[in-house]
Design a protein around this ligand. Structure first.
Ligand code: ZN
Length: 68
């Protein structure tokens, strides 16, 4: 039997229908600043946090940090 990696479905932004890309995002967690890689829409900059991410809802993503 062949093992395929179909479990990882690419995430799509609801708004733009764009495929999310892994991007470094600055987040605030428990008062500290961290840089983590999250799935992000290249179009609108929306950041998606997976449920499996342990930090979960306590994560506050600082948006608009990477200005163009
Ligand atoms: Zn988007």
């Amino acid at each position: 039997m062949k093992q395929e990696n179909e479990h990882e479905v690419p995430w799509i932004c609801d708004k733009c229908k764009e495929k999310l890309v892994l991007s470094k995002v600055k987040v605030t967690y428990l008062g500290g600043n961290f840089e983590v890689e999250l799935m992000k829409c290249p179009q609108c900059g929306n950041v998606f946090i997976g449920e499996d991410l342990a930090l979960g809802k306590m994560l506050e993503v600082e948006k608009g940090l990477e200005d163009k």
